[in-house]
Write a protein that binds this ligand. Sequence first.
Ligand code: MEZ
Length: 540
Amino acid sequence: MYTKEMLESIKKVEATRAERLANVRAGIHPRRMTAEEKEQVKMENHPDYIVTQFAELKIGPNKGDKVPLELAEILQANSRVNPAKIDLSRTDYETDVLIIGGGGAGSAAAIMAHENGADVMIVTKLRHGDANTMMAEGGIQAADKPNDSPAQHYLDVMGGGHFTNVPELVYKLVNDAPVCIKWLNDLGVMFDKEADGTMVTTHGGGTSRKRMHACKDYSGAEIMRVLRDEVQNRQIPVVDFCAAIEIIKDDKGRASGAVLMNMETKEILIARAKTVVIATGGAGRMHYQGFPTSNHYGATADGLVLAYRAGAPLLYAHTLQYHPTGVAYPSQIFGALVTEKVRSIGAQLVNKDGEPFIYSLETRDICASGVIRECKRGGGVDTFNGGQGVWLDSPMIDMLHGEGTIEKRIPAMMRMYLKYGIDMRKQPILIYPTLHYQNGGIKIGANGMSDVENLFVAGEAVGGIHGENRLMGNSLLDIIVFGRNAGVNAAAAAKKIDKLGKPTLKHVKDFAAEQKAAGIKTDKCSPILLPNYARGAKPI
Ligand code: MEZ
């Protein structure tokens, strides 16, 4: 249900719609920005450029680098354990490959480690599948059509990341993509297909070819469903509600297990392993700069904390992705994702007067900056909380592609709004950027290993693949490509180890000493594991 003021503004959107539709039908879109204009809108509006929101790290492998204030606080916080009090002689779990995280990347890694003959187990702080993968909507990219190629995909990824991406990781991402789509399809993912079995593909922001494969607008949930089934079919052990709170190393400095905490009883457990894969996902629940988020409840940057304390450097931890279209209204779903697919299939961004102010499929950093600028300029519509939003003119979709398109292509989106009395087939929807993705993360090589021997990383916890800005659909892709890759290589590395070395938490002790020497005084413990929304409540 919209307010009176919103309904007045909708009338203006409707008044400009016929002309905008005619333009789109004639192939005329709002002008794309020049490189200089993009740089300017980003520098002046993107949250990554607000210098007061960043702090310099005083300790650890990235000492001297600037990261968001909230991340600096947890990277330099205290361990949840006193290493002197942890009994490393006990072994609660023993395996070849320990996977930390039960989302898409962790599950893909587990399947491939198992396929390659390793004993493998997953530990996850919530339940298997409670992860950002599940929340992904719009699709997964792969250059598998005759008019496309991995080389073309490579150029798009590099361009989207403003050429800051790590080339060898992008090379792997795009070259493995077609095989990964086939793998998922063969496992049973129900991709959208034409009657003859051809995959339906669409554009996303910054793509030069239609290569977005989707399962309506619940692509991630469908992929997670199938990966979880496959983990279960293979009888890979999964320990739910069990968080990793420190990496254990051996006397040679190699990762060789993790200190775990039972989330319900708080009991400390020890898992020993020949190799470890961090697949803990993103950080939206850190609510950087007070932004709402599209992320799963468990996205609290845990992997970055574990790896950092173990001595693994991060890459691009200063860059976050604010998805241009988060829900600005109604309040009950504030910050939830409005998939980019809504724009891919024809909805335009317009201001309170119904004027288009940006090409709707600019890359995400540019598009989000454009929305923020438009609101600052006075083109936004007031929302419930003193905030603002601009319109995403969703009725254009059915008008361009025929009645029933919204229901068929983005049914989850349609149902989400219907619950609050808004029919996006008939009325536009109000959006504003929402914290969606951590572009940066733990630095890895092409084999998926961090700078700590035998500590592998996959999924959103990795930094460098997408440079300083990721394109739509390359996250579901990277969790599969680099999840599988980490699984294969972690299994191979595990085979080279006959016997586990002597376990140690000396790195945790050393980190605490570094913290003290740098004069850092904090009562904060990390990883924080869960956000705490209760007023005055203590962290778990
Ligand atoms: O890759 C993503 O982040 C994605 C597909 C999101 C979306 O808009 O649906």
